[in-house]
Design a protein around this ligand. Structure first.
Ligand SMILES: Cc1ncc(COP(=O)(O)O)c(C=O)c1O
Length: 366
């Protein structure tokens, strides 16, 4: 089956006989936070070297039995994705560019020597789970965060790609990603740790990238920051991205600057959408290397007007301040700027079906 085959395979459906009661669910959805409230079901699909993908199933979300010798527990062969399902005003449910997540999942799998999950199967899994757990999509600003992931299950301690994998899709009802809601975030400049080096795995979504970033994230939190901004591994000079988001700068001539997809940063789907929207509006967007010293100088001179981070989880998050061991950088007056606000409004408007979807990004379910 190639990546574009229309019909995937049959998913067997075994709905839970113990769903969370409607009143308990309503309570959980009032203020779900991020990544704490999970739905009733999950999708699982197995892969073995002999049979390929098989046993696609929708069933009750439950712990998974795993052999203690499973390769993922030793060598970290694991990849994941993140996308959201939204309730639209007209009662339908929509996803934002899910085929991009399916393709990035394939790219991650290829880099981590894992099997290719056909795009149609990835999308079918998402459809199945969103439909069966649609009652878990919060009303209003919230959404259903979908977490597809795949890991090596073979019980074998030799160091080579596993011969068995499990794909799982779970879902979490979410509100705002940052505790502060819409307030500008403060980021910590990590001068000690880097996230990715050339030839490494920075451009794909494997769990190991995040494991390696946690110490820097902990340092950020100890310093009262929400996220880390990483510099390149070779020169410790060029701005790369945040721990879980891409970054944009807004200059005083209205142009945007964002680090290029050099192979060490994640090619964000939100990043791509923002570049497309900004260029459509006639704004200049430069995908070019931007040095941290330049950031400091541009903030001081007033050439830099705004900065924001972007990603599926938070969509667009203004950056008000950078803290570092060499002192703080406040961007303009530290508040959310008008370009950031406008870009966020446009993107969220398209995602929610309130603004015309001229790029055909929104895919309705059911
Ligand atoms: C390291 C990193 N960079 C950037 C992003 C933003 O990517 P996207 O816009 O596809 O969510 C994410 C989130 O997935 C991420 O984890």
């Amino acid at each position: 089956m190639n990546a574009h085959s229309k019909t995937a395979f049959t998913f067997s459906r075994r709905p839970t006989d113990r769903p969370v009661a409607a009143d308990v669910r309503a309570d959980l959805l009032k203020d779900p936070g991020f990544g704490k409230v999970f739905t009733d079901h999950m999708v699982t699909i197995r892969w073995t070297k002999d049979r390929g993908w098989h046993n696609a199933e929708v069933s009750a979300r439950a712990p998974i039995p795993l052999d203690p010798a499973a390769a993922v527990l030793h060598y970290g062969q694991e990849i994941f994705e993140g996308l959201k399902a939204y309730n639209l005003g007209d009662g339908s449910i929509a996803l934002f560019r899910p085929e991009q997540n399916a393709r990035r999942f394939q790219a991650s799998a290829a880099r981590m020597s894992m099997p290719d999950l056909p795009e149609a199967v990835f999308l079918q899994a998402v459809d199945e789970l969103v439909k069966i757990d649609s009652a878990w999509i919060p009303k209003g600003d919230g959404s259903l965060y979908l977490r597809p992931f795949m890991f090596a299950t073979e019980a074998f301690l030799g160091v080579r790609p596993s011969h068995e994998y499990l794909f799982i899709l779970i879902a979490s009802s979410v509100g705002s990603y940052f505790k502060g809601g819409e307030k500008p975030v403060t980021v910590w400049l990590s001068d000690r740790y880097t996230r990715a080096a050339e030839g490494g795995t920075g451009a794909v979504k494997c769990g190991g990238n995040y494991a390696a970033s946690l110490l820097a994230q902990a340092e950020a939190m100890e310093n009262g920051c929400d996220q880390v901004v990483f510099l390149d591994a070779a020169e410790h000079r060029w701005v790369e991205e945040l721990g879980g988001m891409n970054v944009f700068l807004v200059m005083n001539d209205g142009s945007l600057v964002t680090p290029p997809l050099s192979g060490t940063i994640l090619p964000g789907i939100t990043r791509d959408a923002i570049i497309t929207l900004a260029r459509k509006e006639g704004r200049t967007v430069r995908e070019e290397r931007y040095a941290m010293d330049q950031w400091r100088a541009d903030a001081a001179s007033g050439r830099l007007k705004e900065a924001f981070a972007c990603g599926t989880a938070a969509v667009v998050a203004p950056i008000g301040k950078i803290k570092s061991s060499k002192g703080d950088i406040v961007i303009a007056d530290g508040s959310t700027g008008p370009v950031t606000t406008a870009i966020k409004a446009k993107l969220v408007g398209i995602q929610r079906g309130d603004i015309a979807d001229e790029f055909d990004w929104v895919r309705r379910i059911g």
